[in-house]
Design a protein around this ligand. Structure first.
Ligand code: MSP
Length: 485
């Protein structure tokens, strides 16, 4: 199983507001990677879900006078419904308010407390509610959190702390050697420079005055710090119940239920750049203390900007994911998100540019190619053979998680090339003047179209399916199909 599996996670999303384009970006990318691995015959598990607890959510629910549980239940449904519209084929949707998750978190905390890894103390620091994180002075710009543009609160309270100092040298070593890989390289270097220049402080893992959280089993006046609660989703989401050993620690199962612990460790954890620091410190610290293998890779993507600026209601530059879905459909939206810019860097989008790209690449590019090839091949007896194995053709780019590059190659190298081939060879004339040449051209085109449909499966699953169907009705899929399987 170990080699033939692929476990991928998205962050679990805060449910203080409806899902937006940034959430869609990560989740579509994760779905592409899961589908790619499945296509190669691997067992794949895609975990996503919602981060239901914390001060930010408690405050929002209070503001709108809703019971927090009812509030988070409603927003979680919005996430599920968006994932349906985007054709996200997740294997589990974890919620941190699930009873099983809560019980597992309490079990882990008790375990770490009994081991002496968690101890009682006081914590003093600057807390940004938007990030739900303590900040160092050096993280602030003009005294404000650069991500939320707000002044953090000064906080001093009794708290339980998780020991960090003793794991720091191991952590640095594991990141350096890529045993715990952080990609792209630039992000790895950022984390290493932070870890090499700062002594990690023990981390506060509990909050005293926040009721919307999981109570500590050994001191019910405290609730679990929301990030600790959230990180454990990556384990509970595949069925871990919080016992000391991963293999024996599954949740109680009902008859017929299975756990998925043999998917551990995650092969890829996709996150945005704003949550790298916590994923590279608190998360591995918990695992090291528990003696559980670290994830193989954390891949960090950039943020989506709109017209060069951070999207904000005040600036009026928010591009809604529903607006995209309405204009471009499911596969159009998936395509435009993934191809919008280098996966790993900040990317800038505008509706105007997306409309242009949609028309050029999808309507005129791919749409035209499919309809011309299918129409022209009407009634011909064509034999197609494969020159390329689709998996090999795109392997390098997908596996190094250059998703934008891999989809760009399909469109720029194959779709464009085939459309040019049609225009230059004019098969509609050849059919009257040179039947042999006509057949040759059509066989090449059908072959490339089949390759395109295979390559598009992870990115645009419905479109890929439609092309395959069309080819099948013309009996153009057979030879190639047999070769691939
Ligand atoms: N709940 C935490 C994650 C806990 S994971 C153990 C959280 N949630 S979040 O909803 O605020 O953000 C989730 C993800 O969305 C992050 O990876 C973040 O980078 C991403 N994005 C939020 N806004 C974004 C853009 N504008 N563009 C791209 N991704 C962005 O953090």
């Amino acid at each position: 199983m170990k080699k033939n599996k692929f476990y991928i996670t998205t962050p679990i999303y805060y449910v203080n507001a409806k899902p937006h384009i940034g959430h869609a970006y990560t989740t579509v990318a994760a779905d592409v990677l899961a589908r790619w691995n499945k296509q190669q015959g691997k067992k794949s598990f895609l975990l996503t879900g919602t981060d239901d607890h914390g001060l930010k959510i408690q405050k929002k629910a209070e503001e709108i006078k809703k019971d927090p549980q009812q509030f988070v239940d409603e927003i979680a449904e919005e996430f599920k419904s968006l994932w349906k519209k985007l054709n996200i084929n997740y294997d589990n949707f974890i919620r941190t308010t699930d009873e099983k998750h809560k019980a597992a978190v309490q079990k882990v905390l008790q375990l770490l407390y009994d081991k002496g890894v968690i101890y009682k103390g006081t914590y003093e620091g600057l807390y940004c509610v938007g990030c739900e994180q303590f900040k160092n002075k050096s993280d602030l710009v003009d005294g404000k959190c650069p991500d939320h543009n707000t002044k953090p609160e000064i906080l001093k309270e009794e708290s339980y702390l998780l020991k960090m100092k003793e794991i720091q040298p191991q952590l640095i070593e594991k990141i350096k050697t890529d045993e715990f890989k952080i990609a792209p390289k630039k992000r790895k270097n950022e984390v290493l420079s932070f870890l090499e220049n700062n002594k990690l402080k023990d981390i506060s893992i509990s909050r005293k005055n926040i009721s919307w959280g999981i109570p500590l089993p050994f001191d019910e006046k405290h609730t679990t710090y929301v990030w600790v609660d959230a990180f454990l989703n990556y384990l509970t989401g595949i069925g871990w119940g919080g016992a000391p050993s991963l293999s024996s620690g599954h949740l109680p199962l009902k008859e017929g239920e299975r756990n998925h612990l043999n998917f551990w460790p995650p092969d890829v954890q996709l996150i945005g750049k704003d949550i790298l620091r916590v994923h590279a410190t608190i998360w591995p610290a918990i695992l090291i203390h528990l003696g559980i293998e670290l994830p193989k890779q954390i891949f960090v993507h950039g943020h989506i900007l709109s017209g060069g600026k951070k999207m904000s209601k005040t600036l009026g530059n928010v591009i809604g994911i529903d607006e995209m879905l309405e204009k471009f459909g499911t596969d159009g939206t998936r395509y435009l998100l993934i191809s919008a810019g280098t996966f790993g860097e900040d990317i800038d989008i505008t509706i105007e540019r997306m409309v242009e790209k949609y028309n050029a690449d999808l309507a005129n590019g791919l749409g035209n190619l499919v309809s011309r090839v299918i129409k022209l091949s009407d009634g011909c007896d064509l034999k197609i053979k494969s020159e390329y194995d689709p998996i090999q053709w795109n392997k390098f780019f997908v596996e190094s998680i250059r998703l934008d590059k891999s989809v760009e190659r399909i469109f720029y190298q194959l779709v464009r090339k085939s459309n040019r081939h049609i225009e230059e060879s004019k098969p509609w004339e050849l059919v009257k003047t040179d039947e042999k040449k006509f057949k040759e051209v059509m066989e090449e085109l059908a072959q490339d179209l089949y390759l395109i449909s295979e390559l598009l499966i992870p990115f645009m699953p419905e479109t890929a399916e439609k092309i395959k169907k069309a080819l099948k009705t013309k009996k153009l899929d057979k030879v190639l199909f047999e070769r691939i399987k």
